[in-house]
Design a protein around this ligand. Structure first.
Ligand code: 5GP
Length: 219
């Protein structure tokens, strides 16, 4: 069954959305996989994080991140407006709570591009809604090559990211699923299969009792 097959079933049976986390060391292909999923599946929307880091060329405020200053970030934490937050590469990143909760209630899935620290917090706060996938590169030379091909960062930054990658990879066992991204088409198909199966979990199909009642009324 494809991901869109799961979507069709949710037209007949009301469903609670799920929170899909894709984490990986930078360069392992997570961003490509996320973009493809968002393009292919209208039932999935992206959680746009807030961050205190500077906007990079090509990034759009409100689409890639909401770029905010440290004071505003602090205020959001105080008001309980962030579902999770973390320090990554010297900057702060966090997930606004309200859009996620609204999407889940509408039966939409929310995709998160967050690190292992954020995933741990989501597991504590929203374990039943969470489906987490860790994406690994096929090898470290392959990862370095992909980081260099992006050519956005200096040598120093690339070396720092390679060192961080080793640390990030040690968290693989905290995830529900692990996908090795040797071939991006294959990895994408694996992500779609995971999503299709998770959507069919009984406890997420909150309209099942009503659907069964309707079936029985047809006897
Ligand atoms: P970048 O600055 O390259 O866009 O992202 C750096 C890292 O921060 C990535 O590993 C990304 O997954 C992580 N990240 C982005 N947004 C969030 C967030 O809202 N929460 C957490 N915990 N990590 C995030």
């Amino acid at each position: 069954m494809t991901a869109s097959g799961g979507q069709q079933q949710s037209d007949a049976v009301a469903r609670r959305g799920l929170m899909l986390v894709l984490s990986s060391p930078s360069g392992a292909g997570k961003t490509t996989l996320s973009r493809r999923l968002l393009d292919a599946d209208p039932g999935v929307e992206l959680s746009v994080s807030v961050t205190t880091r500077k906007q990079r060329p090509g990034e759009v405020d409100g689409r890639d991140y909401h770029f905010i200053d440290a004071a505003r970030f602090e205020a959001m934490i105080k008001r309980g407006e962030l579902l999770e937050w973390a320090h990554v590469f010297g900057h702060r990143y966090g997930t606004p709570r309200a859009p996620v909760e609204a999407a889940l209630v509408r039966g939409h899935d929310v995709l998160f591009d967050i690190d292992w620290q954020g995933t741990q917090q989501l597991r504590e706060k929203a374990d039943r809604d969470l489906v987490s996938i860790f994406v690994l590169p096929p090898s470290m030379p392959d990862l370095e090559q992909r980081l260099r091909r992006r050519a956005q960062d200096s040598d120093d930054v690339i070396h720092a990211r390679m060192a961080t990658a080793a640390d990030e990879m040690s968290h693989w066992a905290e995830y529900d699923y692990v996908v090795i991204n040797t071939d991006v088409d294959h990895a994408f198909a694996q992500v779609q299969s995971i999503l299709a199966a998770e959507r069919l979990k009984r406890e997420r199909q909150i309209g099942l009792s009503e659907f069964i009642r309707r079936l029985q009324a047809q006897l």
